[in-house]
Design a protein around this ligand. Structure first.
Ligand code: SAH
Length: 254
């Protein structure tokens, strides 16, 4: 069934309003009619099966048939901190990471980031990234839309790391601890539901040794992702999947 995330202010006690692009999609692309049912979520804490009442220029109104349990969110919040990659790879990280189950994305700049930032285009790009997250979340039947934060400086990122329940910096050089051990340790130390787990991934050129040292000083544990060197966008997905697997979020039993 078609699913839409709507503005929380439009999710009322007994009815909802679907507006903007989603209303257009529903009426023009899906050719929905009064009486049809879809699922809407406020992206936070309420999701419902709704029946369409009216479709017009203002949007689509629908009555709530039934509130639905929200079951598709992982019990741990994985934050992907991704050093800005080249081209449209950040979009890939956001789209695939949303499908897999990341809670938020924090793009950042590090020493070897090659992408030039254009302050004027920044707002538009962030809007586009958040739209990609929303569409991927709808497609993946998630209850929430992961947030894509604005681009952080390396210093700002290290401040965030200090606030997470556990933070890991992915480093391909010898000496990095096995990710599995690090995840198991963190889940043991911080078993609370919704622990904040931060995974820091470097750019195409990797991290400098100095950066890894600074990250460790800020509370990050250095981890490896196996013996092969992964592309930056692959590393983020592999790390995310391993964390959710160890947290028991990929299905199956112990
Ligand atoms: N330029 C480096 C590789 C960088 S890979 C080189 O050629 O040696 C890009 C990023 O992906 C790295 O900064 C790291 O965060 C992550 N990464 C890739 N493979 C990894 C591995 N085996 N272990 C840990 N991190 C890895």
């Amino acid at each position: 069934m078609q699913r839409y995330f709507i503005d929380p202010a439009h999710f009322k006690e007994t009815e909802v309003l679907i507006s903007g692009d989603d209303a257009h999609h529903l009426s023009r692309v899906m050719r929905a009619e009064p009486g049809d049912e879809v699922i809407v979520s406020n992206g936070l804490d309420r999701e419902a099966l709704v029946r369409i009442r009216t479709l017009d220029k203002e949007g689509v109104t629908a009555e709530i048939v039934e509130l639905l349990p929200m079951l598709s969110e992982p019990a741990v919040d994985v934050w992907i901190a991704q050093s800005l990659p080249k081209g449209d790879k950040m979009e890939t990280v956001i789209q695939k990471g949303t499908e897999i189950g990341a809670e938020r994305f924090i793009p950042f700049i590090s020493e070897r980031t090659v992408v030039q930032l254009d302050a004027k285009k920044e707002g538009k790009r962030l809007e586009r990234w958040n739209k990609i997250a929303k569409e991927a979340a709808e497609q993946a039947h998630r209850n929430r839309v992961p947030e894509v934060e604005s681009v952080h400086s390396w210093k700002e990122l290290l401040n965030r790391a200090a606030k997470a329940d556990a933070a890991w910096i992915c480093y391909e050089k010898a000496g990095a601890q096995e990710l599995r051990k690090a995840i198991r340790q963190a889940l043991k130390d911080s078993p609370a539901v919704r622990s904040k787990l931060l995974l820091v991934v470097g750019p195409e050129g990797g991290f400098s040794e100095r950066e890894v040292e600074a990250a460790e000083a800020a509370g990050c544990v250095t981890v490896g992702l196996g013996k092969r060197i992964l592309r930056t966008e692959t590393a983020a997905m592999v790390g995310l999947t391993c964390i959710l697997y160890e947290a028991g979020e990929m299905g199956g039993e112990d």
